[in-house]
Design a protein around this ligand. Sequence first.
Ligand code: ZN
Length: 118
Amino acid sequence: MEREAVEFTADEQPVKVYDAGSGIEAQFLVDWLRGAGIEARIASTAIEPLAGKVPFQIATCPVPVARRDAERALAEVPAFEARLAERGGEAGFCYHCGAALDTRPATCPACAGTLDWS
Ligand SMILES: [Zn+2]
């Protein structure tokens, strides 16, 4: 009479493929993987205890995908990291909404938040 606490099949079991340095970086990876057809999400366990306190200042932000996608997701990580380096770390992201930015605008075109690049 044992009950599974979480109802995942073996293929759906979440596997961490990356520890992002911030929620923004994690969101960028999630978008990146979705672009590659992989359903990823930011681990809710990492965010929920901190919700409303320091959402974008978490030490690391794990990004899990379903086990069946893990191999493909891991294959995407080097390209993602290269792109991240190309952008100069987090400089190319809006730290309000996480939108990827090619320039360093004073206000985010996506959410109109004020950005301070200094
Ligand atoms: Zn924004």
